[in-house]
Write a protein that binds this ligand. Sequence first.
Ligand code: AMP
Length: 189
Amino acid sequence: MLNLVLFGPPGAGKGTQSEKLIAKYQLVHLSTGDILRGEIKNQTTLGLEAKKLMDAGVLVPDEVVIGMIGNKLEENKSAKGFIFDGFPRTTAQAEALDKLLAGKNTSVKMMLALEVDNEELTKRLLLRGKDSGRADDSNESIIRNRINEYNNKTAPLKDYYTAQGKFHGVNGIGSIDDIFASLCSLIDK
Ligand code: AMP
């Protein structure tokens, strides 16, 4: 199985590159942000709770997203592999993912990190907010919260995957196709 973790701050281009990777490698896309937005749309209890945190730009509790990923792995038993987008975002989530995959006799093959500086990220997110209608993309102080959450809680995952020899950084500034080509050359190595 080809299990990839796509890593990078909000606005780094994870969604765009995921779509291309899924098409090329026929992977199942698991984005915790998308799953949570689906819960909000359906007005589930979980969705209503998560919305308050998401609108403020802070992370939802680990157990919530770990439970969601566990369910999705069960629902997709015949998948050729998964692309994890926006998950894991904390060390506890990364440890839980390793356990969930080990239970299925598989593991994370690599973490692919899209590297983009903070100034460019804020610009991209404000621009996306105009089209996406996402509350958390349209306000600069919420965007800063999300980038801070990333730097404090998510960035340490670089060390987690480096220790396993699985971390690979890619320059996230450039054309979509050039960035995609860099990702593919790492995967196909
Ligand atoms: P995203 O679409 O990945 O940018 O996620 C949007 C928001 O959903 C984040 O700002 C968090 O509030 C929440 N979220 C998504 N994935 C996770 C995760 N793995 N852990 C905690 N919160 C998450």
